[in-house]
Design a protein around this ligand. Structure first.
Ligand SMILES: NC(=O)c1ccc[n+]([C@@H]2O[C@H](COP(=O)([O-])OP(=O)(O)OC[C@H]3O[C@@H](n4cnc5c(N)ncnc54)[C@H](O)[C@@H]3O)[C@@H](O)[C@H]2O)c1
Length: 357
């Protein structure tokens, strides 16, 4: 007999909650029993996708429900901390959308709340790309020392401009509600992938970074978050001596580009963390005895959009059932937000900043 499903309450019924709906209907151990949104029309529309579950405008009503085991939090970022802490106090497991929090101090508040209820699991949906065979294999190769000593990672993601006329909710262009711009919108995915793949090597010590916004904004072209920050170039130094050159640029006058180069003393890996059908998932490079560079395409499954979207709920559901850690841990979030805090401070002061853990 299969175990009872984990019963989720969904808080926030906007764009991403609708995209996540399949996680609760695909028959893999997670079901939705309630939806809450201050916009009841949005809550009802999502409820219809989920088979007509009950709706409420008051998320506290949902948190007080004994038939809710876990919550999927898909509200704007400034609500993540209060809602996560309240959910933990109400005895619910939490899958929180990215960015997990606005600051590292908020992560600490969540950690304190979780420490008072250690049986509860918390993950962040920045873990979307961690279930891919390529991420799992890269993590294994690094952990097993197959690349030798990993000393450098170059991680560059350049994304194009959104279509003219795109309109996004106001909270995206307000650092007080979104944390930042592209660094908070996409940064958590990048740093979560690095934390997962690099494992124990991902112990950031100092950050030197610049942030900026150079894309011409017009009423017809309002790219997401770009009046906050639209690009950053960051050097992260880790305890082991590993350096990570992390760059994310959005909407510039140039083509999109995605490269992740992991370099060790014995071999190197090139990876793509998001689904890119035209690219190989993982390339392994090493010089052979004859001094020729041998490049092998590893056979592991690259990320797919379908699996990526629902990965955070699948992972939390399995973690609850098996009582094992989620792929994205609170400790990883502490590091991720330590880097984001240090990046903002470094860009303001033009100084390298320590990352506090
Ligand atoms: N849109 C995307 O492509 C995307 C992708 C991945 C992650 N995310 C993340 O998901 C989160 C939500 O993003 P979105 O694009 O779905 O935003 P959205 O604005 O479309 O939806 C947010 C919803 O939260 C509701 N809400 C606000 N206050 C509430 C409250 N007190 N109680 C209940 N509901 C409340 C709003 O009414 C709205 O329906 C953000 O953290 C975002 O970074 C978004």
């Amino acid at each position: 007999m299969s175990p009872s499903p984990i019963r989720y309450g969904v808080i926030g019924a906007g764009v991403i909650a609708n995209a996540m709906a399949r996680a609760f209907t695909e028959g893999r151990g997670a079901v939705a029993v309630a939806v809450s949104d201050v916009n009841l029309e949005a809550a009802r529309a999502l409820s219809a996708k989920l088979g007509g579950v009950r709706v409420t405008a008051d998320y506290r009503e949902l948190l007080a429900s004994p038939d809710v085991d876990a919550v999927y939090l898909a509200t704007p970022p400034f609500l993540h901390k209060p809602m996560t802490v309240e959910a933990l106090r109400a005895g619910k497991h939490v899958c929180c959308e990215k960015p997990f929090m606005l600051t590292q101090a908020e992560v600490r508040e969540v950690m304190a709340a979780q420490a008072r209820a250690p049986h509860l699991h918390v993950n962040c949906a920045s873990s979307r790309y961690l279930s891919a065979g390529t991420a799992v294999r890269a993590r294994q190769l690094v952990a097993a020392g197959e690349l030798g000593r990993v000393y450098h990672v170059s991680y560059t993601q350049v994304i194009g401009a959104p279509k003219p006329g795109s309109r996004l909710p106001d909270w995206r262009n307000d650092p007080a509600r979104n944390g930042g711009g592209i660094s908070f919108d996409w940064g958590p995915y990048d740093l979560d992938w690095l934390a997962f793949v690099l494992g124990d090597l991902f112990r950031p010590q100092t950050v030197f970074g610049v942030m900026g916004n150079y894309f011409p904004l017009t009423p017809e072209r309002v790219p997401p978050c770009l009046d906050v920050d639209g690009r950053h170039t960051v050097l992260i130094q880790c305890e082991s001596g590993l350096t990570i050159l992390w760059e994310r640029r959005a909407s510039e006058h140039g083509p999109a580009r995605h490269t992740i180069e992991i370099r060790g003393t014995q071999a190197g890996l090139d990876a793509y963390f998001m689904p890119m059908p035209e690219k190989p998932g993982l390339l392994h490079h090493a010089y052979t005895g004859t001094n020729d560079l041998k490049t092998t395409v590893l056979p592991d499954a690259p990320p797919s959009w379908e699996d990526s979207m629902v990965t955070p709920i699948r992972d939390l559901t399995a973690a609850i059932r098996e009582n094992r850690p989620t792929a994205n841990t609170l400790e990883a979030n502490l590091r991720i937000h330590g880097i984001l805090d240090a990046l903002i401070a470094s860009a303001r002061t033009r100084q390298a900043m320590p990352v506090t853990i």
